[in-house]
Design a protein around this ligand. Structure first.
Ligand code: ADP
Ligand code: MG
Length: 238
């Protein structure tokens, strides 16, 4: 059974169709990278999977359950998005712990999870600060920590490393890859960084204008692009 199945999803904003019959099936433990030019609908698709935007038609299944009309909290997912909204009145520690508290995880386990992700993301020294006392890159790491503290069925990452400096981005990429190998989690990850796509993905989906043009292994998409657009986008040899 697929860990995540997106079935004929369409999404309209007013009269504009932004997702056009998108279907993707992701096996448990698979790392799917979603790439495509700015404005092609990547974030809209992620928001639909997360339940932040209702779809116009189609269905979304997680572990075989139809979650199309469930709230984000009822979908066993954790997400890190571009607009990493942290709770401003809470400390970093409370921000990371909050999702676990909501799910009634006992305090010792919550504390252990906070220590684990703080160590992983090198934010231990920031745990007692408020979001307003952090840089953009630090906030992004806290948002990442909040997602990683949980162990949901599916992680959604929408350009999570885009605000980090080059060195940290490479470190974080390595950490995400290790985490994926260690936990075997299912991940959908949006990036416009081709190197990131080729190094992280089991599977790459190339999107253009609300449609999936090609879905395949990095090797397939790179070496056997379905058209000139995919070839150009992936930098395939001609
Ligand atoms: P991407 O993440 O690939 O850059 P988006 O999913 O953010 O693209 O946007 C896809 C299209 O949908 C764009 O044309 C964008 O302007 C439009 N769009 C996104 N969100 C909204 C919204 N809330 N209301 C109206 N149009 C939107
Ligand atoms: Mg986007």
């Amino acid at each position: 059974m697929a860990a995540l199945e997106i079935h004929n999803v369409c999404k309209d904003f007013g009269s504009e169709r932004v997702l056009k019959d998108v279907s993707i099936s992701i096996d448990s433990g698979e790392f799917l990278i979603l790439v495509g030019p700015s404005g092609c609908g990547k974030s809209t698709l992620m928001n639909a999977i997360a339940g932040l935007e209702p779809v116009t038609s189609g269905n979304i299944y997680i572990d075989g359950d139809d979650v199309t009309w469930r709230t984000p909290a009822d979908r066993d997912i954790a997400m890190v998005f571009q607009s990493y909204a942290l709770y401003p009145s809470m400390t970093v520690r409370q921000n990371i712990s909050f999702g676990l508290e909501m799910r009634k995880v006992p305090k010792p386990e919550r504390e252990a999870a906070v220590e684990r992700v703080a160590d992983l993301l090198q934010i231990t020294h920031l745990l007692e600060r408020k979001p307003s006392q952090l840089s953009g890159g630090q906030r992004q790491r806290v948002a990442m920590g909040r997602a990683l503290a949980r162990e949901p069925k599916v992680y959604l990452f929408d350009e999570p490393l885009s605000n980090l400096d080059a060195k940290l981005r490479v470190d974080m990429r390595t950490e995400i890859k290790k985490l994926h190998q260690r936990l075997g989690t299912t991940i959908v990850y949006v990036t416009h960084d081709q190197v990131e796509a080729m190094t992280l993905a089991d599977c790459i989906a190339v999107m253009r204008d609300g449609q999936i043009l090609q879905l395949g292994s990095p090797d397939e998409v790179y070496n056997n692009p379905v058209d000139m657009f995919v070839a150009g986008f992936m930098g395939s040899p001609s």
